[in-house]
Design a protein around this ligand. Structure first.
Ligand SMILES: [Zn+2]
Length: 288
């Protein structure tokens, strides 16, 4: 199957009350693990690519070609979108040209009118090519690719205005944080999320910072319209832990245990497990 936009999978999710996971990729192993998990779970999936990760993977076109090659060679039949995560205006335009099927333009740090104008311009270019667009209002706390958000709670009226620009899905800051959650975290503002869900004409909502939000809170967020949940840090943590365990057990010193295909295998398998667990939790398993 060819890559698809995130529009149909998210509309279906919003209608039927589940969420599709966005799992960020960093390299070949990550991508193969996430696609393998999605196929096994018969779940639609969104591969998230930050501008920093794209640079690491030698550019947007390299990412598109790698994913397309895997879809064919692994016989992936579930819907797969390649999505720019927290894109700048220029980055979103580049991805639209490079063959991405979905882009996020994160204009949350601009004044609302500038965010609206820039989002509209991206929507016009993306829609012409059948590419889905995510916009953001408010900001997600924590750090991502060197950009630190203060964690500003979104204003439902601003959400309503940006949802009306023709975007496919909307990320709203509701106390969610990138990375791991601090012990004194106050939880998601589910009251604000509920209000946003009611004022944005049933647009699919996006929950960033999906690592470490209690399962019950995730389920409640889905009931208010969250149809896409971004998971990044959790895959990194389990990959690192599994790799550490392999090396600390001295397995790299046994036989050809130093072979990267062996060395990276426990981390690869750990990612498959986490992604499958999330698909079950989000309710996207068997929805492909
Ligand atoms: Zn994010």
């Amino acid at each position: 199957m060819k890559i698809v936009s995130a529009e149909t999978m998210l509309k279906n999710a919003r209608k039927d009350g589940y969420a599709v996971g966005q799992f960020n990729i960093n390299n070949l192993e990550w991508t193969k693990a996430i696609l393998t998990a999605a196929q096994a779970k018969q779940s639609p999936v969104i591969l998230g690519v930050s501008e920093g990760a794209a640079k690491y993977m030698v550019g947007y076109k390299t990412v598109v070609n790698m994913v397309e090659g895997m879809l064919e060679a692994l016989n992936i039949t579930v819907p797969v979108a390649i999505h720019l995560d927290h894109g700048s205006y220029e980055g979103a335009l580049e991805c639209i040209e490079a063959g991405f099927s979905s882009v996020m333009f994160d204009g949350s740090h601009y004044p609302i009118d500038e965010n609206l104008a820039k989002t509209k311009a991206i929507v016009a270019k993306a829609k012409a090519k059948g590419i889905s667009v995510e916009a953001e209002v408010g900001s997600i706390g924590g750090e991502e690719d060197g950009v630190t958000g203060a964690g500003e709670i979104a204003d439902p009226e601003e959400c309503r205005r940006i949802a009306a620009t023709g975007i496919t899905m909307l990320a709203a800051g509701i106390g969610n944080i990138h990375g791991t959650y601090p012990d004194n975290w106050e939880g998601l503002r589910l009251d604000v999320l509920k209000e946003i869900g009611e004022t944005t004409d049933r647009i699919p909502l996006v929950l960033h910072g999906g690592t470490g939000i209690p399962d019950a809170m995730v389920t409640e967020a889905i009931s208010y319209g969250v149809s896409k949940i971004n998971v990044n840090t959790e895959c990194q943590l389990v990959f690192a832990a599994a790799t550490r365990q392999y090396i600390e057990a001295g397995k790299d010193k046994v036989g050809k245990g130093f072979d990267p295909r062996k060395l990276l295998k426990p981390g690869y398998e750990a990612i498959i497990r986490v992604v499958q667990e999330k698909m079950d939790l989000f309710g996207s398993s068997n929805k492909a």
